[in-house]
Design a protein around this ligand. Structure first.
Ligand code: PFF
Length: 477
């Protein structure tokens, strides 16, 4: 038996009072993996891998996921289950002086929600394009820009995606979130495996008579490229991988605290964390396996340097180059991306809703309706950030932002390392790592990497997060 103090018994009582929760470990893992697996895996991971030396990035990412990702994910879920509360009140209950950290953590999903439905709307637009058989038009270089700069279209699709998300959250944890995740996640996995296998069978001969195959593309993707590697370059790869971990695992933003607060005491947090990581890393790897070889076959190594435009600009070109099957593969790809984005967007709105229900004593339905109105307005403003409200704002990291990029920068690059830094200090040095360890070991569960957890949360996470934070502010070049 784990040795739980009275604080936890009180927590258990509060837990019973919760309006609803996940039915068991599978429902929880599906919902948490649904949150983790999103556009980060499908769009960001492949382009970072292409940019950062293929296999080199993959190896570094996997190592960081098993160390940092594991530590941050375990902490969030255990905080949620032990306190039975959402971020704002959970941190205050751990230590009253740290209430501010709960509020800061709450702000991350509150900001992300302003733009996530807009990205979901972009994906929905492409689903409609391939359904209507307009893949050829989507392959033209300025289709994407044309779409996002069209005020009417970009707003309509963002609002549709927002309402879909709200509908699921409105239906509650078990009947809304768990149900949609347990259906969509397995379907998504099957689709991504099928498309990845298909990508490996591709073959194309270009105008110069050079033939490239999917398997060659796979080799390019997986082989660590150490050409011209310097310490500085290695640092950049490390930082890219690290910031990808936060975003990808949905940690340090209160989401996993909220989901953790919905699980019962018989869920094994130790194995759940490994299962969520397995899903997240698996989908990221498969996404690369599907995107990089496809681009390589039709556009060669040069095509892989497209960066962020890989998904919305390069891929439609690839689908268009595929004889006959392109339309269906395009549809399957964007449908799958839509499912991934939807389960992630749901987790963001759920976290905000749950915090508001707790703080303002609102019923779920009222809270959801209120937040839907607010975030529909916010999504409209962000969607119009490429037309009516176009701005060019220089950021401390040297890039130029529109409204969406600004929101993304504030929440992900700036706030998340800051929150991880502070929460590792709170857990590692104020309440002590055993506060988390006890929760994971509750009911006699073996916490397999307990030693690693303690070491990471006390020494490694604070230092690295601080460096990451300085880098995002531009203080470290
Ligand atoms: N983890 C999701 C992804 O990899 O796409 C993204 C995400 C979901 C980020 C939820 C933030 C969030 F609040």
């Amino acid at each position: 038996m784990g040795t739980q103090g009275t604080g936890t018994e009180g927590t258990q009582k509060k837990h019973k009072k919760k309006e609803s929760g996940f039915t068991g470990q599978i429902g929880f893992v599906m919902a948490a993996a649904g949150s983790a697996v999103g556009v980060g895996n499908l769009w960001r991971f492949p382009y970072l891998a292409a940019k950062d030396g293929g296999g080199l990035f993959i190896v570094i990412y996997m190592i960081l996921a098993l160390t940092f990702g594991f530590t941050l994910l375990t902490s969030d879920i255990a905080i949620g289950r032990r306190t039975g509360m959402n971020s704002i009140r959970a941190y205050a209950s751990m230590s009253p002086k740290w209430k501010f950290l709960g509020i800061v953590t709450f702000l991350v999903p509150a900001i992300i929600m302003t733009y996530y439905a807009v990205i979901g709307g972009w994906i929905t637009r492409y689903i409609v394009v391939y359904l209507a058989g307009e893949g050829k038009a989507a392959a033209s270089g300025d289709f994407f820009t044309g779409f996002i700069t069209d005020p009417k279209q970009s707003v309509i699709y963002a609002v549709v995606f927002m309402l879909l998300t709200a509908f699921i959250v409105f239906n509650g944890v078990e009947k809304g979130i768990e149900k949609c995740s347990t259906i969509l996640m397995p379907v998504m996995m099957i689709m991504i495996i099928a498309i990845a296998v298909f990508a490996l069978t591709l073959k194309n001969t270009d105008a110069q008579g050079v033939t490239r195959t999917g398997l060659q593309g796979l080799a390019v993707y997986l082989t660590p490229n150490l050409e011209g590697i310097t310490i500085r370059r290695l640092m950049q790869v490390l930082l890219d991988a690290m910031s990808q971990i936060f975003f990808s695992l949905s940690v340090s933003m209160g989401i996993m605290i909220t989901y953790g607060s919905y699980i019962k005491k018989d869920v094994n947090i130790n194995s759940a964390v490994h299962q969520i990581e397995f899903f997240d890393c698996g989908v990221a790897l498969l996404a690369g396996m599907m995107i990089i070889p496809s681009i390589f076959v039709f556009d060669g190594i040069e095509g892989m340097k497209a960066g962020p435009s890989l998904m919305f600009v390069s891929l439609p070109k690839v689908f268009n180059s595929m004889p006959t099957l392109g339309r269906f593969v395009g549809l399957a790809f964007f449908l799958m991306a839509g499912f991934a984005a939807l389960t992630s967007c749901v987790s963001v709105l759920e976290t905000i809703t749950a915090n508001c229900m707790e703080i303002f004593h609102l019923h779920r339905r009222n809270a959801t309706i209120l937040l839907t109105v607010l975030y529909t307005i916010a999504s409209v403003i962000v969607a119009l950030g490429y037309s009516l409200f176009y701005i060019e704002l220089p950021l401390p990291n040297g890039s130029v932002a529109q409204i969406l990029d600004l929101m993304d920068y504030i929440s992900n690059s700036f706030m998340m390392p800051f929150i991880s830094f502070l929460s590792s200090i709170l857990i590692g040095w104020v309440v002590g790592p055993d506060w988390i360890v006890e929760e994971v070991e509750y009911g006699g569960v073996t916490f397999s990497l307990k030693g690693l957890y303690r070491f990471m949360i006390r020494y490694v996470v604070p230092v690295i997060m601080f460096i990451l934070f300085l880098q995002s502010t531009g203080i470290l070049g």
